[in-house]
Design a protein around this ligand. Sequence first.
Ligand code: GTP
Ligand code: MG
Length: 303
Amino acid sequence: MSPSWLDRLSGGLARTREQLGDRIAELVGRGPEVGEGFWDGLEETLIAADMGAGPASAITAALKSRSRREDLPDAAAVEVALVDLIAAQMPVHPDPLAESPLTVLFVGINGTGKTTSVGKIAAEAAGAGRNVVIGSADTYRAAAIEQLRVWADRASVPIVERERGADPASVVFDTLAVARENGSDLVLVDTAGRLHNSADLMQELAKVQRVARAQSVFPVKSLLVIDATTGQNGIAQARAFHDALELDGIILTKLDGTARGGIAVAIATQLGLPIVRIGVGESLEDLRPFDATEFARALILGR
Ligand SMILES: Nc1nc2c(ncn2[C@@H]2O[C@H](COP(=O)(O)OP(=O)(O)OP(=O)(O)O)[C@@H](O)[C@H]2O)c(=O)[nH]1
Ligand SMILES: [Mg+2]
């Protein structure tokens, strides 16, 4: 039997959990007279996991006040309380991808997991009975079109593509025409990776979005795909893309590739945008909706 999502999530977060767990155990092992040193150490540990200074400080302060009010007798009790407090930091949002009908643009810097996310979400949605069409608006590389076609075939979903070098906005135009013909209720558009500090490329993307908004009879959502291994730079990417496009959410991939998976907490608390999906591996089953409590448990307790 293939592992369940919770096993995959827990496995994906193992590197972060080991570091956090080791440091928390070390801190707790110093004895019952928990002093300021303990709290400073905890805060540093959370920052080292990339949760961000603000959330790390808020979580530490809340745990400190809880430990004064209640008796937290041992490491296990501290860990359970920590799970609650980490989860409580992260706002809950409805899943934007649950909306129907819908057009979705996938944007982000190079190599973050845009194309594979389009493929995985197409397969998931088609499996759930939605009428999906994929648009291949990454026209820079022939390989990008090929790669997306493989995913589309696997999901048995139609794909709209044009020759390499074509205007990405024109692919969006064509894709939306096919969606109307097919009576589709979910349009997923892949775009080329681009640096958030390249003004030309950001303008090109804004044009793609304008065409989508003008041509789509469905609401248009723009999701930024962030690679968790880029750490705090992901926050900077999100701010730049949000300025250009007004994002609707984040897909956070490659949490399995880092010991700094706390970046999900920083993103969830600092951007005011929902984390729509998280990725913990390359297979279809490794991209799933984000649940704050599930995530916090897997991060700290591993189950
Ligand atoms: N380990 C791991 N690998 C992932 C995850 N998500 C995506 N990948 C891998 O990351 C690599 C890049 O993914 P793509 O989907 O091609 O990335 P992209 O953003 O479309 O890249 P460009 O189009 O070049 O900008 C692929 O090998 C994916 O399998 C994840 O959650 N974990
Ligand atoms: Mg791609």
